[in-house]
Design a protein around this ligand. Structure first.
Ligand SMILES: *Cc1c(COP(=O)(O)O)cnc(C)c1O
Length: 370
């Protein structure tokens, strides 16, 4: 029997312990807790990593999306289009700024927004599209950008699950007006607490986001507007700067793990993930599809054999109680509804071994013979 956790943050910490401990000690000795050199260094390095001009740290990925929408002057009376299958943070941020969320069904091949269904949802009130790069795979950005251009809409990318992913060789952050990241500990680039960032090439948006996230001021006590308090603290920034150096290597490890799973699961009834051509998907999660009637049984069987799994997400956004007021039914988002009954997330993290992947696949095969 093996115990295979769903994610293993400890294994990663052990691998970079001395650098992280030194970075944390440096922040403490300089008492650079909010703002300061560690934040500035990480913002500079992360903007360069994303190949954009500006990075502004903030408190979490949910705020990042709200801060981006605010900078684009999106608020009450406006509609914002996003994917029906995501974590609730995406739609919460739209509601937070006072705008109306409008969901679009997903493409069953990639689990990302179905770009052929976006235009039908555009009204005179639509101001922006928020594609989510779900599970680590970039959304199909060329058509998203073409639609946005045609209808004069902004694009805000939700990249909370896809740090370091590439679309046609380019970081996804270069393909949107503003791109938003979460550094929640379990994300591909995770802090040791909450954290987030917005990145952009646009100087005016950058200035506005920096002010809005810091009480509406650039110079302390001179407030040009009301903002919020949403900052990335020095300790988190210092940890993230250490981890950023390893991110490409960790992303490659996730990809190799995904391909090893694909191979090991060949010939089973599980449907393994598909990549769009010409993307670098970074497998924040490794999702398989299991016939709905078998899913709970497989999940229990794996649990009994020491393998932790998850479901991301058991209820698609439009069907959550939180969105009952929109009055949606299953037929409005048939693909998102269908996969929510079938998806299962297998353990995925960079340090996962070939042996562990082989063990999971062997247990899947054993279950299928029962
Ligand atoms: C994690 C996540 C967020 C929000 O990030 P937090 O830092 O937890 O606020 C937003 N969107 C998606 C798709 C996420 O997975």
């Amino acid at each position: 029997m093996m115990n295979i956790p769903f994610v293993d943050l400890k294994a990663q910490y052990e691998s970079i312990k001395s650098d992280v401990d030194q970075a944390v000690a440096a922040v403490l000795s300089k008492t650079a807790f909010v703002g300061g050199p560690f934040l500035k260094q990480f913002e500079t390095e992360y903007a360069a990593f994303c190949k954009v001009k500006h990075c502004i740290g903030c408190a979490n990925g949910t705020d990042a999306i709200a801060i981006a929408l605010k900078a684009l002057d999106i608020g009450p009376g406006d509609e914002v289009i996003t994917a029906a299958n995501s974590f609730i943070a995406t739609s919460e941020a739209i509601t937070m700024v006072g705008a109306q969320v409008v969901f679009v069904d997903m493409n069953p091949a990639t689990y990302n927004i179905d770009v052929t269904k976006i235009e039908a949802k555009i009204t005179p009130k639509t101001k922006a599209i928020v594609p989510v790069h779900l599970y680590g795979q970039p959304a199909d950005m060329d058509p998203v950008r073409a639609i946005a251009k045609k209808h004069n809409l902004k694009v805000v990318g939700d990249c909370a699950q896809a740090h370091a992913s590439l679309y046609k060789g380019k970081p996804v952050a270069t393909l949107a007006d503003i791109t938003c990241f979460s550094f929640y500990p379990g994300k591909n680039l995770g802090a040791y607490g909450d954290g987030g960032a917005v990145v952009t090439d646009n100087d005016a948006y950058a200035q506005k986001m920096r002010m809005y996230a810091n009480h509406g001021s650039v110079v302390k006590y001179y407030h040009d507007m009301e903002g919020i308090n949403s900052r990335l603290d020095g300790l988190q920034a210092a940890v993230l700067a250490v981890k950023l150096k390893h991110l490409d290597k960790w992303s490659d490890a996730r990809r190799n793990n995904a391909y090893a799973y694909n191979k090991a699961l060949e010939g089973t009834s599980l449907i393994t993930p598909k990549e769009l051509p010409d993307v670098k998907a970074v497998y924040h999660l490794y999702i398989v599809r299991v016939p709905a009637a078998k899913r709970a049984g497989l999940q229990d069987f794996l649990k009994t054999n020491g393998v932790d799994t998850g479901i991301h997400y058991p209820i698609a956004l439009p069907f959550l109680k939180a969105y009952a007021y929109l009055g949606h039914s299953e037929k409005d988002f048939p693909e998102a509804f269908k996969i929510s009954q079938e998806i299962l997330s297998l353990p995925m993290f960079p340090e996962l071994t070939k042996e562990q992947i082989g063990f999971v696949a062997a247990k899947v095969r054993e279950f299928e013979k029962l």
